[in-house]
Ligand binder design. Structure first.
Ligand SMILES: NC(=O)c1ccc[n+]([C@@H]2O[C@H](COP(=O)([O-])OP(=O)(O)OC[C@H]3O[C@@H](n4cnc5c(N)ncnc54)[C@H](O)[C@@H]3O)[C@@H](O)[C@H]2O)c1
Length: 337
């Protein structure tokens, strides 16, 4: 297949591109490079020893986007492009709705114009909001609690409406839990702009000396050590799920899958595992809980296993080891390019 990956120059997208190339697919990337790096794609090509095609274009610029569909026939789209910082989405919701929701509308319009009907969408466990029960199954009614999560849920709804309007669409929604780690080579990984929004990237920057300490938001949650528990999933496992999701499977579309390991780890367990993997001390301070944070969230990933034949294979140690390899080899992230 030739697969068009939106947001392919980003953290998860670059790992997906590599998995696709290694599985023998051809890859076209559309990315406006707002948060993605050209260098990430150069490294993907070097690892796969195969080229891919990059269109530097914004999803909301229909003509530019259309150009990416005008070359060799695109068989499927993996839609990772999006803004993802929760606090930023609270401060500037219009930007999030315009980029994420309107961008997806334009993408689907352009796909329809070009007769492309298969799409795999990067959704998030954020759509579940403050889930009352764990493990979280796909049946739990979504109830996102911030604008970012609502953009993800709105996109899921618009894709569900689209599927209902025309059975020719073939849509899959993947709800990621907490992506972590990097490719085992250490040559591609997460390179956040500004202050990292997620735990692994923050810890890695503390370990490498870019930040003095980790702030742990609350140690009075009803969890074994009082810190929040999340389901971390190795980014290469996550990427491989997309290759599986390209093959039609399971029940009627849109198909919805949780992507997680099914096991939760607390913040302090991750700190300890990272210290072991890196041989570095991770100083931390306990601060107030963050508004909106929940005690525990982990997936029931059994549907993805049953229908896609996929499951996460890499454990917490491998996530820490690979995140550290990436960060120690690239202390300042990708060079500017
Ligand atoms: N990283 C996580 O913790 C996480 C968890 C759940 C879901 N997701 C979703 O997975 C997807 C990828 O996340 P990531 O962590 O790789 O983020 P990322 O920021 O590294 O990658 C997103 C990419 O999309 C590009 N992009 C954004 N808006 C665009 C637009 N309008 N047109 C073209 N390109 C655009 C950016 O330049 C970037 O390269 C996002 O949709 C995110 O919401 C991420």
């Amino acid at each position: 297949m030739r697969v068009l990956v939106t947001g392919g120059a980003g953290y998860i997208g670059s790992h997906i591109c590599l998995e696709l190339l290694e599985a023998g697919h051809d890859v076209t990337v559309v990315d406006n490079l707002a948060n993605g790096k050209r260098e990430a794609l150069r490294r993907v090509e070097a690892l796969a020893q195969r080229p891919l095609e990059l269109f530097t274009a914004d999803l909301n610029h229909k003509d530019d986007l259309s150009a990416a569909f005008s070359g060799p026939r695109i068989d499927a789209v993996i839609h990772c492009a999006g803004l993802k910082a929760v606090a930023e989405s609270v401060a500037d919701p219009l930007r999030y709705y315009a980029n994420n929701v309107a961008g997806t509308v334009t993408l689907c319009e352009v796909m329809r114009q070009h007769g492309v009907s298969r799409l795999v969408f990067s959704s998030s466990c954020t759509v579940y909001g403050d889930a009352a029960t764990v493990p979280i199954t796909e049946e739990l009614p979504p109830a996102p609690v911030n604008p970012y999560g609502r953009t993800k849920r709105m996109i899921e709804q618009l894709l569900t409406d689209l599927q209902a309007s025309d059975p020719a669409w073939d849509l899959t929604l993947l709800r990621y839990f907490n992506p972590a780690g990097a490719h085992a080579s250490g040559s591609i990984g997460e390179d956040p702009a500004g202050v990292p929004d997620n735990l692994f990237a923050f810890i890695a920057q503390v370990a490498v000396g870019r930040r003095p300490e980790l702030r742990v938001f609350g140690n009075d949650y009803p969890t074994p050590d009082g810190t929040g528990v999340r389901d971390y999933i190795h980014v290469v496992d996550l990427a491989s799920a997309h290759v599986s999701a390209l093959e039609p499977a399971g029940g009627p579309a849109p198909r919805v899958y949780n992507l997680g390991t099914g096991r939760g780890y607390s913040v302090l367990e991750v700190v300890e595992a990272f210290e072991r993997a890196s041989g570095r001390k991770i100083p931390y301070v306990i601060t107030e809980r963050r508004p909106g944070d929940i005690a525990r969230a982990y997936a029931d990933p059994s549907r993805a296993h049953a229908e896609l034949g996929w499951r996460a294979r890499r454990d917490l140690h491998e996530m820490c080891r690979d995140a550290w390899r990436w960060q120690s080899q690239n202390p300042d992230g990708y060079p500017d390019s």
